[in-house]
Write a protein that binds this ligand. Structure first.
Ligand code: HDE
Length: 483
């Protein structure tokens, strides 16, 4: 017979009765003195932290990354110093627009967030399962998300809002050609690729910088769901992807992804015909082939979803020495937005939560703040510079300077919103084209004609066949009028 521990209150006071409130007499009113009852209700009222404003529904798991190929010529990051190095990681995969109780099997990009606990601090690569994004400027992000979420008047999601924004933001066409392809609804979190989407950088101790795009190729193979398969699962099992990942790991069927980079020498960015920092563009692999780096697997489920998955705080600004950002306007904004979101959502000292705590020495002069989880620096000196052997700002590696040129202004980087969307369309096999057109026609069917026609003009500009097939699918008269 297992001897169970006694229940206690939050402060360890043993509890004799958890079934009956304290009342004045057998049938009398409940007494205010019932601190146990009051604590229980107060704790319950405060269980929810604000859900993520995007990517609210997701699933997390722990795993390991192993370096399989030498890229130390591009980076001084200790993680990549030698082949065979292993590093623990935590990953969260998510949808974008739905709330935390929404269905997994929806047409939506999937967040692909990785936290590597390296010996030089956490490296967070917070990507998606798509190599590009809907916008190339952060200024448009919150408008874009508003158009994807619930109508402020009806409280319901609305295809008209979505396509109104997209038809007025042609830079979204490349991403939408991916989103409405079969890749738009993965069969599971395990059967999809991941991407940094942005261009980042790697730098060496000698001061060289390379631009880099990260690719994570699933070892499970790509598998997708059709609209009808997804709709049934959204009703019968809204946690279908979360369950699949959890069960696979439980059964020892550890999902794996092979990690690759595309590398562009720093100066080539100035002459490359595609703006390498435009988040709506890919770098053709013929120009910059994939270079293998490593392999990661997910092999341990969280013990507690709230403590680990809900409180996980990923931030693109977490980049150890040897890894850096790029001038990509969306990435630049994300460097600031994520820590801000975490401070709001899970408090000032969120980086001390176990799931976010670096697996290496942390020597800051930050002190105090709500829910300080550690010794708060004890009696050690809390300012710098100081004469009392406090931590010094003398780490030997420094990111090379970034050359800046031009006036401060609001530049429109838009120059070509169509050729890569058209290239992707023309790459598709006939069956994939039919799937794409069918998914787009279904999504546009309820949208007002003037928006359909505006969007149709974009499809035509990407590829006349692309536009024509959508026009026919929508029974739009004289489709050639939209060239
Ligand atoms: Fe995010 N994004 N994002 N995002 N994002 C958040 O951070 C933001 C963007 C991505 O599983 C938020 O903790 C801005 C691109 C993932 O916890 C928030 C912009 C890409 C996750 C935020 C972008 C992403 C987030 C919401 C435009 C792919 C979930 C709550 C400038 C490359 C990570 C939070 C997890 C989460 C801001 C655009 C991926 C609000 C301002 C592009 C995977 O901070």
């Amino acid at each position: 017979m297992i001897k169970c521990p006694y229940m206690t209150t939050n402060t360890g006071i043993p509890i004799n009765d958890n079934q009956n409130s304290l009342t004045a007499g057998q049938r009398g009113p409940v007494l205010m003195a019932d601190a146990q009852l009051i604590e229980k209700m107060a704790q319950f009222n405060r269980e929810r932290v604000p859900e993520r404003v995007v990517h609210a529904k997701g699933a997390g798991a722990h795993g390991h990354f192993t370096v399989t190929h030498d890229i130390s010529a591009y980076t001084c990051a200790k993680l990549f110093a030698k082949v065979g190095t292993q590093c623990e990681l935590f990953m969260r995969i998510s949808t974008v627009a739905g709330e935390s109780g929404s269905a997994d099997t929806v047409r939506d990009p999937r967040g692909f967030a990785l936290k590597f606990y390296t010996e030089d601090g956490n490296w967070d690569l917070v990507g998606n399962n798509t190599p590009v994004f809907f916008v190339r400027d952060a200024l448009k992000f919150s408008d874009f998300i508003h158009s994807q979420k619930r109508d402020p008047g009806t409280g319901m999601r609305d295809n008209t809002m979505q396509w109104d924004f997209w038809s007025l933001s042609p830079e979204s066409l490349h991403q939408n050609t991916i989103l409405f392809s079969d890749r738009g609804i993965p069969a599971s979190y395990r059967h999809m690729d991941g991407f940094s989407s942005h261009t980042y950088s790697l730098w060496t101790a000698k001061g060289e910088r390379f631009w880099v795009k990260w690719h994570f190729k699933t070892e499970q193979g790509i598998q997708c769901l059709t609209n009808s398969e997804a709709a049934i699962l959204a009703g019968t099992d809204p946690d279908y992807h979360r369950r699949d990942l959890h069960n696979a790991i439980d059964q020892g069927d550890f999902p794996k992804w092979r990690v690759f980079v595309q590398i562009m020498p720093e100066l080539e960015a100035e002459t490359y015909p595609i703006n390498p920092f435009d988040l709506t563009k890919v770098w053709p692999h013929k120009d910059y082939p994939l270079i293998e780096v490593g392999l990661f697997e997910l092999n341990r489920n969280p013990d507690n979803v709230f403590a680990e998955t809900e409180q996980a705080a990923f931030e693109p600004s977490n980049m150890p020495a040897g890894i850096g950002a790029s001038p990509d306007k969306v990435l630049q904004a994300r460097l600031l937005s994520y820590p801000d979101a975490h401070r709001y959502r899970i408090g000032t000292n969120y980086s001390q939560l176990p799931i976010n705590k670096a697996h290496c020495p942390i020597n800051t002069y930050h002190r105090d703040g709500q829910t300080r989880f550690d010794a708060n620096g004890g009696s050690s000196v809390n300012y710098q510079p100081n004469s009392f052997n406090g931590p010094v700002d003398a780490y030997p590696l420094k990111e090379p300077p970034l050359k800046i040129c031009g006036d401060a202004d609001r530049y429109d980087q838009g120059n070509d919103d169509y050729s890569q969307a058209g290239d992707l369309y023309r790459l598709m096999t006939e069956d994939k084209k039919m799937l794409l057109i069918g998914n787009i026609v279904a999504a546009l069917a309820t949208v007002p004609r003037f928006i359909q026609e505006r969007q149709l003009g974009h499809f035509y500009k990407a590829d006349p066949d692309y536009g024509h097939r959508v026009a026919v699918g929508l029974n739009l008269l004289d489709p050639s009028a939209h060239k």
